[in-house]
Design a protein around this ligand. Structure first.
Ligand code: ATP
Ligand code: MG
Ligand code: MG
Length: 355
């Protein structure tokens, strides 16, 4: 019997397990600091729920496995310098950028990239951590140890942020979910909506971009492409070689969730085009306590990650898959008082996009 081992034991690993159960596939997420070491069989599969990991006894075992899906691609994606270089090489549009090296200074960056420049740590950033804004007007400085450890990007005045969840099977066939519209607040994803009719016209170009990338690296499984829409142009913000928060709505809105798609592909099970129903929206639960009243909201589908609650930490999400304006409005109205006050903006955004 084949087991899928997941490097990392956070919510993504848990949701991969959850999705694999009805397929009869055993998924075993492993904490990278676990004391009990995994013993994957020769024919087992290894996948990862994170793009980067420190060397630990656990990660050494899993990363060395012969069936680690997309093994060589992780190093490229984990380093923003290499990721952006690959996108350039494939002529895939991204925010203009450069490496911050020893000699790089602020005025040179502003000259090349404009008045506002976003520094991003090459490794390890997530949820907007590992970012530093340089504003010419404020004379802000490159932090000392960021030389050689960061890239600099031009500030993009985007109209909105969208993402594409793609799937590539072992035969090289690609499948896509409809584009997702995403709201980020303080650099962290707070809500997603999909599908949206007005985004349909960007679907072909986005699919072509992600196909180019997945084909180039012979990818197998789910890959997420985060984009900026600027007028009619799509720029890639960043790539995630894994199931992605902006695809969580597929748990409620598709017959095959992104998690099931990933499991099907890495194990070589048949993959088919997922179908999508209704209008779907997801609200991330960030730094708030579990509230059973969420379960009383019509149509809510809660995923609680069982993590310690800390400010700014993703601790769960709620999916809705609905038709009819009235039903959508009711759900949003019922949710609003059950969330911290800062979610008023989130609910207002969802109301605007959905109704
Ligand atoms: P994630 O949790 O998605 O992995 P991250 O920490 O890796 O996030 P990015 O996705 O690169 O960081 O950036 C986080 C957010 O910061 C983006 O979703 C976007 O809102 C904003 N941002 C990133 N790059 C730029 C840019 N060049 N110009 C303007 N805003 C940007
Ligand atoms: Mg990221
Ligand atoms: Mg991001």
């Amino acid at each position: 019997d084949q087991t899928v081992w997941v490097l990392g034991a956070g919510q993504l690993g848990a949701m991969l397990s959850h999705a694999a159960y009805p397929l009869g596939v055993n998924v075993n997420p492993v904490d990278i600091d676990a004391q009990t070491l995994p013993q994957p069989g020769k024919n087992d599969i290894v996948t990862a729920e994170r793009e980067q990991w420190p060397e630990t006894p656990v990660t050494n075992i899993l990363a060395a496995h012969q069936n680690f899906a997309n093994k060589n691609f992780f190093a490229t994606i984990a380093d923003r310098f290499q990721q952006k270089s690959l996108l350039d090489k494939l002529s895939l549009a991204t925010a203009p950028w450069q490496l911050v090296c020893d000699e790089t200074n602020e005025s040179q960056l502003h000259q090349k990239l404009g008045e506002r420049v976003l520094l991003k740590r090459r490794m390890g950033g997530y949820d907007g951590r590992g970012q530093h804004w340089l504003k010419q007007a404020e004379n802000s400085q490159i932090p000392n140890d960021w030389h050689n450890n960061a890239i600099a990007e031009k500030a993009i005045a985007f109209d909105e942020e969208i993402s594409l969840i793609g799937v590539r099977d072992k035969n090289g066939q690609c499948y896509f979910y409809p584009l997702t519209l995403n709201l980020h607040q303080n650099g962290i994803l707070t809500a997603s909506v999909s599908p949206l009719e007005r985004l349909n016209k960007y679907q072909p170009v986005a699919e072509k971009m992600l196909t180019t990338l997945m084909d180039a690296v012979e990818y197998v499984g789910v890959m997420a492409m985060e984009c900026f829409r600027v007028g009619d142009d799509i720029l890639i913000n960043e790539i995630a070689p894994r199931v992605h928060n902006s695809g969580h709505w597929t748990q409620a809105g598709s017959n095959i969730s992104q998690f099931e798609s990933h499991i099907r592909c890495v194990t070589g099970l048949p993959m088919i085009q997922p179908s999508v129903r209704n209008k779907n929206f997801m609200i991330n639960l960030i730094g708030c306590d579990l509230d059973a009243r969420w379960l009383a909201v019509e149509g809510s589908e809660l995923f609680w990650y069982q993590k310690e609650v800390r400010p700014g930490r993703k601790v769960g999400h709620i999916n809705f898959s609905k038709t009819g304006e009235k039903n959508i409005r009711t759900a949003l109205e019922q949710m609003e008082p059950l969330l911290p006050e800062r979610y008023q903006e989130t609910i207002a955004w969802l109301t605007k996009e959905l109704l």
